[in-house]
Structure formats: structure tokens, C-alpha cells
Ligand binder design. Structure first.
Ligand code: HEM
Length: 470
């Protein structure tokens, strides 16, 4: 009961503060962007939840154009839909907009993870993360990624129904572990996996730290992850090995004051990279499997491209070479088109750190600002027949700032080449050695919170040589 009263009081307080702020903006005669803020506190949140979020944003983008205001999750917000407006916020005026996440999410991942920061700390940590995910480092990961992918595909290829998204998550977790730790003792890999998956389950739950709730289980799992990482870090220090993976890079680096990084900075960034790498890549992999499956001609064409590489490697006896992964033009176009169609990061959040003016519109300090990537990717002005899956549209490069699956500017994705590499490797082995069939194939989308094919894409897999009846 106390809790109910507490929430009631919080809601009243929020209504009061938001009304006062809105009146202040109105009094200033500020030219706020067009759009409706809806009811205070509840705003348009209920509407955005009751509708498909794409429809919610798309109808408003159609009505108001490149910039409009709304109220989401109790926050007055400005939505951006044009290449210019998004570039303004993410690139040319990035210093006026800070990344913003709910405090419960920051706590769960670790407050020192780079994506919660801006300025010197962010650019310092980003350089380290970026260098450990550079082409020069990840090119050495090809054989290990192959091992992960082949063993995962074999484990699901009994012809039984699997939840594709969950299976893809296991692969993307293992690949993220490879890029963070290089080789890691099995014992630690299993401990990390067990606890990370508990954390993951509660990440989007209601943040009440009461015994038995998903949230409280997540918080405990996060604590255990810190302890496991401590053991791994101590082991590495003892061995005095200098490695180029993320952990090695963080351990051998110093902060802006020339001090070694604190253990909490290292572990928050490791959990951060695991988090950023797993669901995103698993979601796009699930979509790619669906898109290829749904288009038999595309499947044949991709198979021809991948078969040629397979034959060049003596029928798969020799491992895939890095240079081969860089030369899969059709598969590359399919990845780009899948990223556009699925737009798995539909939008991102920023917050204005001061009052900002954009093309005569006033964005008040403290308001949330959301670049809407999906609206951009589905705009017929930039992508003809945007809802048709057509990889050949990427035969010519997209117009500048219209295709941003990995974001843009100082916070753009440093892991994009790792993601693409694991997709290339998976598609190569999947089409050469396996078959898959979707079960009850539907076209719906489930928001988990990234868009995933309905029900996680139930499917059956077989090893090619074993025949479908096995
Ligand atoms: C298809 C898969 C992926 C997609 C679509 C994706 C997309 C994105 C996007 C849009 C951002 C920018 C968010 C913003 O501006 O607020 C981002 C940031 C980030 N991504 Fe990815 N990502 C993917 C895979 C990965 C992988 C595999 C890794 C690591 C191995 C990774 C690590 C990161 C990190 C650390 C950031 C934060 C960068 C910063 O704040 O400076 N991502 N990602």
C-alpha cells in the first residue's frame, strides 16, 4: 500500500513539474516544434504503446514533417526524421545533446560504460574499444567465429523446432566473448553466460528491487558478473600476457591522468559491449534468415556466391579466409537491405544539455530528442518502395545521412564490422551445409525491445547431407 501511495505521489509531482515547465516555455513565447504533448505525465505514451510504434511515429512524421514534439514515458520529447535534423543532433551539434538512459538501466550495465558518457571520458574509452574492434584485430577472429557458428548450427540441426532468435543470441554471445577476451577458459565462459542471461531477462522489467522480481535477480546477477570479471582480470594480470582483445587493451591502458583504469571502468565497459553486441546482432541474423528463406531466387543466388567460395576452399576443407569475407558482394547487399528493412535500432535517445535552436524551432534544455532511424530508412524519398525487400537498391550507395543502421557521429557503433563479420561467416556455413524451414511463417514483428520476427522465428534446421527426414 505504501508503494501505491508513493507512486501516486510521484505521478502528481510529475504532473505538477511538467505543467510548470510547459507554462514556462509558453511564457517565453518559444516556437516549440509542431505536435501534441498529449495529457501531462501520460502524454502520448499510452497511444504509442497501444499502437505499433512504427505507425505511431510514421503518422506523426507524415503530419508534421522533419521535427515534432510529443510526450513519451513522462518526458516532453522532440522527434527527428530528416537526414539534416538527425545529423544536427548526432554529428554537427553532438556536444549539445547527451545520451540518456533510465537510471535502472545504467545501474544494470554499469555507470562507467562508454555509452552513458560524453566528452573526454567518452572519447578516451571509445578509442580503446574501437581499437580492440578494428579490422586489424578482428581479422584474426575468423577461425574462432567459424568454430562457434558451425558448432551452434550443428547443435540445432536435428529437424526439431527451435526459437531462432534465442539460438542466434547464443552465437552472438559467444562471438562477443571472443572479441572481448580472445580465448577464455570454458569454466568462465559458462559462468558469464549463466549470469548474463539472468541479467538480460530482467533488464527490461519494472525496476522494483523486491525479492523474487526479475529486476532483483538481474541486480544480483550483475553483482556476480562483477566478481567473475574480477577473477578473470586477476588471472590475466598474473600471466602478464599482453593481448589485443578488449580486456587486454583496457588492462594495458591508462586514463586521462595517466593512471591504470579502475576495475569498475573495465568491467562496466565489458558488460556494456556484451550488451550492445548480443541482441542487436541476433535480431538482424533472425531477419536475414527470414528474408532469404522467403525468397527462393535470392536463396539460390546467395548459395551460388557462397558455393564458389566453398569450392575454392576445397569443398570447405580449408577455413574461410579474411579476404573471402570481404568479398561477398550479394551477401553484403542482403545485409544492408536487412538492416534497412528491419531497422532494429528504430531510434535512439538524447537529451538537450542547453536550450537549442534548430531551423527556428526551440528545443528546451532537458527535453529528450529522438532521431527516428526507421522513419528515415522507410522514407520513399530516399528508398523507392521502402517496404519491398530489394538488395539491389544497394548497388548504388544511399544518399549521405539517409542510411544509419549503426548510428552516426561520436556514438556510432564501433562493433559494426564484428557484426558484419559474424553474419558473413554464418550465412556462408548456413547456405552451404544446412537447410532451414520456417514453422507457421508469419510476417508480424515482436518488440523484444528490438524488433524480432514474430515468436522469435520458429524454424527447423537440418544438416544438408543428413537429408530432411532425419
Ligand atoms: C547488427 C548489429 C548492431 C547494430 C544494428 C548496432 C547499432 C548500434 C547503434 C545504432 C549505436 C549507436 C547508438 C546511439 O547513437 O545512441 C551503437 C552503439 C554501440 N555499439 Fe552497436 N550495433 C550492433 C552490433 C554491435 C556489436 C557486435 C558491438 C560490439 C562488439 C557493438 C558495440 C557498440 C557499442 C560499444 C556502442 C556504444 C558506442 C558509443 O557510445 O560510443 N554493437 N550500435
Amino acid at each position: 500500500m505504501d508503494l501505491v501511495l508513493f507512486y501516486f505521489f510521484c505521478a502528481l509531482l510529475s504532473i505538477f513539474v511538467l505543467y510548470r515547465n510547459q507554462r514556462k516555455e509558453a511564457a517565453k513565447g518559444a516556437n516549440l516544434p509542431p505536435g501534441s504533448l498529449g495529457w501531462p505525465y501520460i502524454g502520448e505514451t499510452l497511444l504509442s504503446y497501444s499502437q505499433n510504434p512504427d505507425v505511431f511515429f510514421a503518422t506523426r512524421a507524415k503530419r508534421y514533417g522533419e521535427i515534432f514534439k510529443t510526450h513519451i514515458l513522462g518526458c516532453p520529447s522532440v522527434m527527428l526524421t530528416s537526414p539534416e535534423a538527425i545529423k544536427f543532433v548526432l554529428v554537427t551539434h553532438a556536444n549539445l545533446f547527451k545520451p540518456t538512459y533510465p537510471p535502472s538501466k545504467e545501474k544494470m550495465i554499469g555507470p562507467q560504460a562508454l555509452f552513458f558518457h560524453q566528452g573526454d571520458y567518452h572519447s578516451h574509452m571509445r578509442k580503446l574499444v574501437q581499437s580492440s574492434l578494428s579490422l586489424d584485430v578482428i581479422r584474426n577472429l575468423v577461425p574462432s567465429i567459424e568454430t562457434v557458428v558451425i558448432s551452434a548450427l550443428e547443435s540445432i540441426s536435428g529437424g526439431h523446432i527451435v526459437h531462432t532468435f534465442h539460438e542466434m543470441k547464443k552465437i552472438t554471445f559467444d562471438v562477443a566473448v571472443l572479441s572481448i577476451f580472445g580465448h577464455l577458459e570454458n569454466k568462465y565462459k559458462e559462468m558469464l553466460k549463466e549470469n548474463y542471461f539472468i541479467l538480460d531477462k530482467g533488464y527490461n522489467s519494472f525496476p522494483v528491487n523486491l525479492p523474487g522480481t526479475l529486476y532483483s535477480k538481474s541486480v544480483k546477477a550483475r553483482r556476480r558478473l562483477g566478481q567473475i570479471l574480477h577473477e578473470i582480470i586477476e588471472g590475466r594480470k598474473e600471466k602478464k600476457l599482453v593481448q589485443k582483445d578488449l580486456l587486454g587493451t583496457l588492462l594495458s591502458s591508462r586514463d586521462e591522468k595517466d593512471q591504470p583504469l579502475k576495475e569498475s571502468q573495465i568491467s562496466d565497459n565489458i558488460i556494456g559491449v556484451l550488451f550492445a553486441a548480443q541482441d542487436t546482432t541476433a535480431s538482424i541474423l533472425s531477419w536475414i534468415l527470414k528474408y532469404i528463406h522467403d525468397d527462393p531466387q535470392l536463396f539460390q543466388d546467395i548459395k551460388a556466391e557462397q558455393k564458389a567460395i566453398y569450392e575454392a576452399n576445397d569443398g570447405g576443407k580449408r577455413p574461410l579466409a579474411w579476404a573471402q569475407t570481404r568479398n561477398m558482394p550479394l551477401t553484403n547487399k542482403v545485409i544492408m537491405e536487412s538492416l534497412r528493412m528491419a531497422s532494429i535500432i528504430s531510434f535512439t535517445f538524447r537529451e538537450a544539455v542547453e536550450d537549442v535552436e534548430y531551423k527556428g524551432y526551440f528545443i528546451p534544455k532537458g527535453w529528450k530528442v529522438l532521431p527516428l532511424f526507421r522513419i528515415l530508412h522507410h522514407n520513399p524519398e530516399f528508398f523507392l518502395d521502402p517496404l519491398v525487400f530489394n538488395p539491389s537498391r544497394f548497388e548504388v550507395g544511399p544518399k549521405p545521412n539517409t542510411f544509419l543502421p549503426f548510428g552516426n557521429g561520436v556514438h556510432s557503433c564501433p562493433g559494426n564490422e564484428v557484426a558484419k563479420l559474424e553474419i558473413f561467416v554464418l550465412v556462408h556455413h548456413l547456405v552451404n551445409n544446412f537447410r532451414w524451414e520456417l514453422v507457421g511463417s508469419k510476417n508480424g514483428v515482436h518488440y523484444a525491445p528490438f524488433p524480432v520476427p514474430e515468436q522469435g522465428l520458429p524454424a527447423k534446421f537440418w544438416k544438408e547431407s543428413s537429408g530432411k527426414d532425419n
